[in-house]
Design a protein around this ligand. Structure first.
Ligand code: ADP
Ligand code: MG
Length: 562
């Protein structure tokens, strides 16, 4: 609050909390570190899983950084920024969420030491920015070329990403599914660059059987049944008519009265309707279609004629599904039966109604060049299915990353360690306080190989020394193979591979969040609306004006700080 001639002026609403300067920064860093600490033990293939229980008692078991942070209800604003790091990482590249959060935590921890040495936050953030830029360059430089035709590269990247998940025993088969799926939907853009949109890979989940029954369907699944039991339930070499209009007699818009004077007239009327429907079905038959998928309804009489013609029909399919079907089968969506021609029908090798648990689904499979595919996930329990879904999501993203960016690096802490070594060399060219910040950035990167070793029960210092020795000899991908616990000279030779963009994004998102948090020196929190209205009787609080609610320095309950 300001003073004017001895009179206090109230600038902020009563109940507003304000923390400033060093306290604000200490609190923010402490909160961010708590978040990093929360996910630390889950990094890598030997990382532990977390069981999260929400307020309704729903349970999630996961090892996925983004999911862990999404499920826990974080309150502190700086902690929320750390959650954002994971979200950004997830939406940009789909993997490396734990890595990015741990990195941000370490950067902040080490930045705090620099702050204690009276180095100004902007000097630190500027140094970090420079270091991050250089790190990206270093990572690009050490990468190996890969891409859509490099099956081994894609497979190893997908398997590495799944090795840290509960599903790791099935990673071989799941990796193949993901590669197949991405290859099916990948397309070259006008510049000849491969683009793979993972939105075109649908995920369907159904409890039952086991994880190993998860499979790829080159086409589409509809949560529908064949309209009447008499129709064929399975058609090979399907010629599919996609219809937007109804197979019904159109009702008039207005109520109209029809004067019927004799029983013959009723019969005539019904016969007329029947004829119209018969003609409709005849048109379908003539086009050569043996499957009709209709967005609207199908009249009982039409169903009868279709059944007689051995045509399979499905009705009331969503418009969006019809569009997907059009993409997958190459068929045109018709509005009127008069326009239907054989060439414009869709094609699928198999259309079949199958019972999965208690539901009937229609599978439209073996499409020639499906630009939309489905992964049907099976598993014993919902918990498993959900974790399989997360693993598949990550693997799909990783395969897409490699297909689009065409660069990979060895994993197991190798890229971080190599980047750190090269960054230290870069730092020595800078001098001054900036050099210090870049060195601190390099030291922070070591947290990844260290944590991987720690989570596998290995001796951190010992591992780090061996790794550095190997890197000094020029082995840029020397890392710890956690399958055996040994330091190897080239992680690629043991199939531990990651997309370069995942590593780069982890550096970018963690540096951004760190800088943002380091720049804050004033936290002003508005009064909670649930607070009792401040009246004249509020005692000591009222007299303090807006800042009355500020707790003493060191608030927040994080002991041992500074
Ligand atoms: P994130 O959420 O950051 O992807 P993960 O728990 O998936 O975290 O762990 C990823 C890390 O584990 C990467 O650094 C990756 O290289 C490493 N990793 C995966 N498999 C192995 C392995 N077999 N040996 C050593 N490191 C591995
Ligand atoms: Mg991962």
């Amino acid at each position: 609050m300001a003073q004017l001639g001895g009179q206090p002026i109230f600038i902020m609403k009563e109940g507003t909390e304000r923390t400033r300067g060093k306290d604000a920064m200490t609190n923010n860093i402490a909160a961010a570190k708590v978040i990093a600490e929360a996910v630390r033990t889950s990094l890598g293939p030997m990382g532990m899983d977390k069981m999260l229980v929400d307020q309704f008692g729903d349970v999630v078991i996961t090892n996925d950084g983004a999911t862990i942070l999404k499920e826990i209800d974080v309150q502190h604003p700086a902690a929320k920024m750390m959650v954002e790091v994971a979200k950004t990482q997830d939406s940009e590249v789909g993997d490396g969420t734990t890595t990015s959060v741990i990195l941000a935590g370490e950067l902040l921890k080490r930045a705090e030491k620099l702050l204690q040495q009276k180095i100004h936050p902007t000097v630190i953030t500027e140094g970090f920015r420079k270091a991050a830029e250089k790190a990206v360059e270093i990572l690009e430089g050490m990468s190996i070329k890969s891409g859509i035709d490099d099956y081994d590269g894609l497979k190893n990247a997908a398997m590495t990403c799944m090795s840290s998940k509960i599903v790791s025993e099935s990673k071989d088969m799941l990796a193949d599914i993901c590669i197949n799926a991405i290859k099916s939907v990948a397309e070259k853009d006008e510049n000849g660059k491969w683009i793979a949109d993972i939105e075109k890979v649908q995920i369907q989940k159904k409890e039952g059987n086991s994880m190993d029954d998860t499979h790829l369907i080159k086409g589409i699944i509809l949560d529908k049944e064949v309209v009447t039991p008499g129709m064929p339930k399975s058609i090979t070499d399907a010629k599919i008519l996609l219809l937007q209009s109804a197979l019904e007699i159109e009702k008039t818009e207005f109520d109209s009265k029809l004067q019927i004077t004799s029983p013959e007239q009723i019969q005539q009327f019904l016969d007329e309707e029947e004829n119209m429907l018969r003609t409709m079905v005849q048109k379908i038959e003539k086009s050569g279609a043996n499957v009709v998928i209709c967005q609207k309804g199908i009249d009982d009489m039409a169903q009868h004629f279709l059944t007689k013609a051995s045509i399979m029909a499905i009705r009331r399919v969503k418009k969006s599904d019809l569009e997907k079907l059009s993409k997958a089968t190459g068929g045109m969506i018709f509005n009127s039966l008069d326009d239907v021609t054989e060439e414009k029908l869709g094609y699928a090798g198999l259309v079949e109604e199958r019972k999965i648990m208690n539901d009937s689904w229609i599978f439209i499979e073996e499409c020639k060049d499906p630009k939309s595919v489905v992964i049907l996930i099976r598993g014993g329990t919902e918990l498993i299915i959900d974790e399989v879904e997360r693993a598949i999501h990550d693997a799909l993203c990783v395969v897409r990353d490699v297909v689009e960016d065409q660069k990979i690096v060895g994993g197991g802490g190798a890229p971080e360690l190599e980047t750190a070594i090269q960054l230290r060399k870069f730092a020595s060219t800078l001098g001054g306080r900036e050099q210090l910040a870049v060195e601190v950035f390099a030291d922070s990167l070591d947290i990844i190989p260290k944590t991987l070793a720690e989570n596998a029960g290995l001796d951190q210092i010992d591992v780090l020394m061996k790794l550095r020795a190997s890197h000094q000899k020029g082995n840029k991908f020397a890392g710890t193979n956690l399958a055996t616990g040994e330091v190897v000279d080239n992680m690629m030779s043991v199939g531990v591979v990651e997309p370069t963009v995942v590593k780069i994004q982890a550096i970018k998102s963690s540096t951004e969040a760190t800088s943002m948090i380091l720049r804050i020196d004033d936290v002003i929190a508005g009064a909670k609306s649930a607070m009792p209205p401040g009246g004249p009787g509020m005692g000591g609080m009222g007299g303090m004006g807006g800042m009355g609610g500020m707790p003493p320095p060191g608030m927040g309950g994080y002991p041992g700080m500074m």
